[in-house]
Structures are given as structure tokens and as C-alpha cells.
Design a protein around this ligand. Structure first.
Ligand code: AHG
Ligand code: MN
Ligand code: MN
Length: 345
């Protein structure tokens, strides 16, 4: 009996992509498979988050007498455990840990890649059942093979990324993955437990109608940011209405919307926090790589985020990211505000 198949799994897709490069070894595809396995295990736990909370209220231990883990610690440990067992990961750095971890077994010291991640993004949204995510990025190491990886492997600028992606635990679970070849989205098909291609060749629209930021911080904004906010709230000539404001408070969810519908996401520096809140290596670089690969733009207000040379693992940077024309417009306001401030007495 002939069978026809429409589903392409993440694994099949990356293997097909690899075939275009005769010298490719398949290690990157294997590493992605490992990351996606960890995310499927995190997804399983995310789906039970409400139940876990209920159990917690009746006594914070499970039947084996183990303490219920917070989801972000669980996600961190899951990624570390899976990647430690992987043949293709020399070490990891995570938002949840003070320092990077170099895996020192015989396989890992010869692995070409290091992985950085924000294991659970938007964790304040867990309690309210809103979308959360995992963000990951992959660099080729610069330290010599045969020895454990070093800090320099993790302090590379985003323009050296091999690949980056995120998983959104939303109304469905999706993995969005970018290489220099483009951005593709895969939806988890629960009955077979596989991410399947659902959003091929994702493109971030050049124009957008949505601005996304924590407007509650606006008292701390500088003049340029306030002027851009005013611009967003004015009746727009093309739209006949102001731009819409949408803010979930999970970077993954806000940027997933920005990628699909267009718009701008901003976490600026302000009077209180000069460098904003979001972390360069775990959040801003991977998201900038994805959005740029989809045709969008990402800046810290002065330069391309991907061109920033990181100086420490957990450094924060301001970010303006999304549809090209909207980001350029925001940067016009921000630059004018800075120039005005520079000449003020
Ligand atoms: P995390 O949960 O990994 O600490 O990240 C939270 C981040 C990000 O997801 C979101 O864009 C931002 O925090 C929201 O911050 P505010 O609550 O300050 O708006
Ligand atoms: Mn985060
Ligand atoms: Mn996090």
C-alpha cells in the first residue's frame, strides 16, 4: 500500500538542509535534536504547572518525598542534563547559573559547539497560564579541541552565531529555529511527540502596526523614547488609528507575535536601568539573530545588537527589535532625543 506523508519533522528538515553542504557532518542537526528533546521534557512539565501548584499547596513534597522544583530550575537542569549526555556540546552557559559549565568527558572536549540558554523565559507568567518559552543559541567554539571549552567560547558576539531558536509553550508548543539559511517554525504534534514543519521561511514584515514595551516604566524614559511613544499613540496617517499596544511580558511570546504579525518590541535603557533589563547572551543575541534572519532589524539604540562584543556572561543591553521600518523610526526618535540632551545646558 502506498503511503503519502505531508509531515516533515524537525530532524528530517535539518538533515535535508545539511545535504546542501557536502562538508557538513550533521553535528549541528544532532545538537538541535538534543535541545528539542530537553524542550519536549520541559513542555511536559509546563503543561502540568497548575497541578504542580495545587500539589504544592497541600504540602510541598511529592509522593517520593522530593521537593517540587520551580519550573525555571527544572528547565535549567533538564537542558544541562540532556546536553551533558550529548556528543555534540562542549559546554553550556545559562541565565540561571553564575558561571559557564565545561563538560570534561572524552566526547565533550572534542565537541565543536557550545550552547547558551534562557531555560525559562517569562517565568512570572507561569502562575497566570500565559505563554512562556525557552531561548537557545549555538556558537562554534574558538578554544582548541581536545580540552574543555573556555569562557571565550561564550563571549563571542552574536554575529558569530551558528544558529539560534526558541520554543514557545503557548496555545500550542512551537520551536522556531534560525540559521543563516532562514527561519522556520515547527509545531509539536503531541500524538507522535515530534516538532513538525508548520511555518516554513518565516519573514518579519517590513512595516508593523504594533508596539510592545512595558509602558509602566515610561516615567523613567528619556525624551527620545517619550517622543516615540507619542508617535505610536498619535492617529497614524496610513492606519487611520494609533498603533496598537501589546505586551505579554514574556520576551519569547512578544517576539513570536512580532515575527508573525510585524511590529516593534522595545526594552530600552532608562534613568533607573541604563542598560535595560534583558540579557545580551541569553535573550537579545539569539532573538536578534532570528529576527535579522527573517528580514527584521535589531539595535541597542546605537549599534546592531549582533555586533556588540560581550564583556561578561550576564551583561544587559537595551533592545529595539522587529519590523525594519518601525525600528528605524524608533531609532530616529531616540537619536534625536540623545542629541537634544547632549546640547542642553
Ligand atoms: P526571565 O523570566 O527569563 O527572567 O525573563 C523575563 C523578561 C522577558 O521575558 C520579558 O520581556 C521581560 O522580562 C519583562 O520584564 P518587565 O516585567 O520588566 O516588563
Ligand atoms: Mn528571559
Ligand atoms: Mn529565564
Amino acid at each position: 500500500m502506498a503511503t503519502s506523508r505531508k509531515l516533515i519533522t524537525l530532524d528530517e528538515f535539518t538533515i535535508q538542509q545539511t545535504r546542501a553542504f557536502p562538508k557538513a557532518t550533521g553535528e549541528l542537526s544532532a545538537l538541535l535534536r538534543d535541545i528539542s528533546l530537553a524542550c519536549k521534557l520541559i513542555n511536559k512539565q509546563v503543561n502540568k504547572a497548575g497541578l504542580v501548584d495545587i500539589i504544592g499547596k497541600f504540602g510541598a513534597t511529592n509522593v517520593q518525598g522530593e521537593e517540587q522544583m520551580k519550573l525555571d530550575i527544572y528547565s535549567d537542569e533538564m537542558l544541562i542534563n540532556v546536553l551533558r549526555n550529548s556528543n555534540d556540546c562542549a559546554g553550556i552557559a545559562s541565565e540561571e547559573n553564575d558561571d559557564f559549565i565545561a563538560f570534561d568527558d572524552a566526547y565533550s572536549v572534542n565537541s565543536k559547539y557550545v550552547v547558551l540558554f534562557d531555560p525559562l523565559d517569562g517565568s512570572s507568567n507561569i502562575d497566570v497560564n500565559a505563554s512562556i518559552g525557552t531561548i537557545f543559541s549555538i556558537y562554534r567554539r574558538v578554544s582548541p579541541l581536545g580540552k574543555p571549552c573556555t569562557k571565550e567560547d561564550f563571549l563571542q558576539p552574536g554575529n558569530k552565531l551558528m544558529a539560534a531558536g526558541y520554543v514557545i509553550y503557548g496555545s500550542s508548543t512551537m520551536l522556531v529555529y534560525a540559521t543563516r539559511l532562514g527561519v522556520n517554525g515547527f509545531t509539536l504534534e503531541p500524538s507522535i511527540g515530534e516538532f513538525c514543519l508548520s511555518h516554513p521561511d518565516m519573514v518579519c514584515a517590513e512595516k508593523g502596526k504594533i508596539y510592545s514595551l512595558n509602558q509602566g516604566n515610561s516615567r523613567q524614559y528619556d525624551k527620545g523614547m517619550l517622543a516615540f511613544l507619542d508617535y505610536c499613540m498619535e492617529i497614524n496617517k496610513e492606519e487611520g488609528r494609533p498603533y496598537a499596544h501589546r505586551y505579554i511580558g514574556s520576551m519569547v511570546a512578544d517576539l513570536h507575535r512580532t515575527l508573525i504579525k510585524g511590529g516593534i518590541f522595545i526594552y530600552p535603557g532608562d534613568k533607573k536601568n541604563l542598560n535595560g533589563k534583558l540579557r545580551l547572551q541569553y535573550e537579545c543575541n539569539p532573538m536578534s539573530f532570528i529576527i535579522e534572519a527573517a528580514g527584521g532589524v535589531s539595535s541597542d539604540g546605537k549599534q546592531r545588537v549582533l555586533d556588540i562584543q560581550p564583556s561578561e556572561l550576564h551583561q544587559r543591553v537595551p533592545i529595539f527589535i522587529g519590523s525594519k521600518l518601525m525600528v528605524h523610526k524608533a531609532l530616529e526618535f531616540v537619536t534625536a532625543g540623545t542629541e537634544e540632551a547632549a546640547v542642553a545646558p
